[in-house]
Design a protein around this ligand. Structure first.
Ligand SMILES: [Mn+2]
Length: 205
């Protein structure tokens, strides 16, 4: 897979096919999208999260995943996170001219979730869903941190996501995905004043 050059000028898109013995995933991403999506992972609640991720981020996103759900959901959820991270990494190219970091505080009725991201070139994920239920809809809720860790690793990005308070488990996870989408939307945005500048003093991101 080639990294596009002139990333901050041309259309920032990625298309990838990721296949292992555990999962097969096809993704297309357009960062300059209009929130259109086609999502099918075999886990309906994860589909719901990725659909609202696309809409709130203003990304066009297609995710078609087939995983070994007969084992459990771990491989599928983690690998979808990895594939999405790879898609952002490719679409952003050399990361010149982007804001690079972003955060968002997202209310979801009685719940408040926050996400902060930095396309730093290094990966870290600190996630606290405050969900105690083992399942939310058909999703094994303990896998939400695995999703964000997979993304952070593949996109070489710092992701901090935590629920500050809330009651509904559904709302808690949803608030995190919405906050994450909106934080990414900011971080991926073009910086008009710093057009061709690398948003780092290090010389590489
Ligand atoms: Mn919902």
């Amino acid at each position: 897979m080639k990294r596009p050059r002139l990333s901050a000028v041309g259309p920032r898109r990625a298309k990838l096919h990721r296949k292992t013995t555990e999962t097969e995933i096809r993704i297309t991403l357009n960062i300059e999208g209009r929130g259109k999506y086609q999502i099918s992972t075999g886990i309906r609640f994860l589909d719901h999260m990725l659909e609202l991720f696309a809409r709130h981020g203003g990304f066009d996103l297609q995710v078609l995943a087939q995983g070994d759900l007969d084992v459990d959901q771990h491989h599928t959820v983690e690998d979808v996170g990895i594939a999405l991270g790879e898609a952002f990494d490719h679409a952003l190219g050399d990361r010149r001219g982007i804001l690079r970091a972003g955060y968002f505080l997202m209310p979801m009725d009685e719940t408040l979730g926050l996400a902060a991201v930095d396309f730093s070139g290094r990966s870290a994920a600190i996630v606290d869903t405050r969900v105690r239920a083992s399942r939310v809809g058909d999703l094994q809720s303990e896998l939400v941190p695995d999703f964000f860790e997979g993304f952070a690793r593949a996109a070489r990005t710092n992701v901090h996501a935590r629920v500050l308070y809330g009651r509904s488990s559904h709302h808690k996870i949803e608030a995190l995905f919405k906050a994450f989408a909106r934080a990414l939307r900011v971080a991926c945005s073009r910086d008009r004043r710093m057009k061709r500048m690398l948003p780092s003093t290090k010389g590489l991101l």
